[in-house]
Design a protein around this ligand. Structure first.
Ligand code: HEM
Length: 438
């Protein structure tokens, strides 16, 4: 059993302490003292916890650890070069196990292969409650959390942080629904052009449009109803400081469903698989295994074109007449083209968010001579992705394996969202709902 007050402390006291320290109303040592007196002595021996309890404690201590790492490095000259020193003198449980060793044992005890620091899984998926993706009353995907209190834990208790975690988990749940439609199509004998496959591809397109809309709508909200960019840059992101020099801090780049989709649909970016493999330690074991399998397989567009007796290279050499004949003969190509195009449009919406909340305001700061944050740079994402790199990823998704078909596939009605033809069929009248369940 985890004493209830640890969870309460992370929900109530930690945000208060973090705010006080950030506003210079309290010294950073106060966080250490509070953890030392009120939280860490109470943590149970790891082996006495169930895996679910271990997951909950990973979330809670993940927030605590991130706070310790941040304040130490911001207040200690040279601290950035020795982030692990932040945890010296911090012991957990009656046996006084060093904090990071206890956290690593806890992570292992979850049985999920979780990383030995906070992660996308702990901050987003486990922290936020169950997200359900529905089409009418049909549940397409459900992504559970590990708490049943309907609360979202955050660093400073701000609505913006909660809304950010919620948005990312909603996005991940929609992406899961997409992947659950696409993954069965990778099986050896699956037809990619039969009526069922075409239906699944159309539904996946509707879902990616839902993802795109979630992001565009978040970007359009007034700052107080989303998250002010300054808060994202100066408060939120600074908690993604290193715990050790070469660890992988939490990032949207660790969203496993997005990575899976890239390997299902293909992404012509050099060494993309090596780059994804570098993120493996920060993923869960099942995610690593699924990704490794997908990386070793041909992509769905490759399989599709092979089944039609062609390939991407040949397609790019075809003239318009050839392309028209091909599409007339295999109308499923239209569905796949629209899926890949919507995948790129969702990436475009994400790029908009990254520009709005990070890259543009940092450019303005640079132009005004205000410089950058010392701890977590706002000139790149936490795993080091720059604006140029995100633009490159988006362009590569636009230049997808079926992009050569563009001249012969109508782009009418795409201006404000999905082509109504894609929504024909049984999903036509039913809206996609992405809701926090319970
Ligand atoms: C306000 C909202 C968001 C902002 C400001 C934002 C910002 C960023 C930034 C700066 C990066 C680079 C990360 C790095 O270097 O590690 C990134 C990457 C990424 N983010 Fe987000 N993000 C937002 C929402 C989301 C959502 C809702 C999702 C998906 C559910 C998501 C998924 C990703 C993915 C998959 C990447 C890797 C790059 C790619 O594949 O294009 N992000 N994001």
């Amino acid at each position: 059993m985890i004493p209830e007050r640890i969870g309460d402390w992370v929900l109530r006291e930690l945000p208060r302490l973090n705010q006080a320290i950030l506003q210079d109303h309290a010294p950073p040592e106060l966080l250490i003292t509070e953890l030392d007196e009120h939280v860490l002595p109470d943590v149970p021996e790891v082996t006495r916890l169930t895996p679910l309890e271990a997951q909950r404690l990973v979330v809670n201590l993940g927030f605590a650890g991130a706070s310790v790492a941040r304040h130490y490095q911001e207040h200690t000259p040279g601290g950035i070069r020795h982030p692990e020193h932040a945890f010296e003198g911090l012991y957990a449980g009656a046996e006084r196990i060093p904090f990071r060793a206890y956290f690593a044992a806890l992570a292992e005890h979850t049985g999920t292969g979780h990383y030995d620091r906070d992660s996308f899984a702990s901050l987003v998926r486990w922290n936020v409650g169950t997200i359900r993706v529905r089409l009418g009353d049909e549940v397409l995907a459900e992504l559970p959390g590990v708490f049943e209190d309907g609360r979202i834990r955050s660093y400073t208790g701000s609505g913006g942080e909660e809304r950010f975690f919620l948005l990312v988990k909603q996005g991940e749940a929609v992406e899961l629904a997409v992947n659950e439609l696409l993954c069965p199509l990778t099986r050896g004998n699956a037809s990619l052009i039969c009526a069922d496959a075409r239906h699944g591809v159309r539904l996946a397109t509707v879902l990616l449009d839902t993802l795109r809309r979630l992001m565009v709508e978040f970007a359009a909200l007034p700052p107080g109803q989303a998250m002010p960019a300054e808060h994202f840059m100066d408060v939120f992101r600074q908690f993604a400081a290193h715990w050790t020099l070469d660890d992988i801090p939490p990032s949207g780049a660790l969203d496993p469903e997005a990575l899976k989709r890239d390997f299902l649909l293909g992404l012509a970016v050099e060494n993309y698989d090596q780059q994804a493999r570098r993120l493996f330690p920060a993923l869960l074991a099942a995610e690593r295994a699924e990704l490794a399998t997908l990386m070793d397989q041909p992509t769905l567009p490759e399989r599709l074109l092979a089944a039609l007796g062609t390939d991407e290279h040949e397609l790019r050499l075809c003239d318009e007449g050839d392309l028209r004949r091909l599409v007339a003969h295999h109308p499923a190509l239209v569905d796949w083209y629209r899926l890949l195009t919507m995948h790129a449009r969702a990436a475009g919406a994400h790029l908009l968010l990254a520009k709005k909340f990070l890259f543009k305001p940092q450019r303005l700061r640079d132009e005004a001579g205000l410089g950058d944050r010392e701890l977590v740079s706002n000139r790149a994402g936490t795993t080091g992705m720059t604006e140029t790199f995100l633009e490159r990823l988006t362009r590569a998704r636009q230049n997808h394996a079926l992009a050569a078909l563009r001249p012969v596939i109508s782009s009418e009605n795409w201006e404000n969202g999905i082509d109504p033809q894609v929504r024909s069929g049984r999903e036509a009248a039913r809206p996609v709902v992405v809701e926090l369940a319970g």
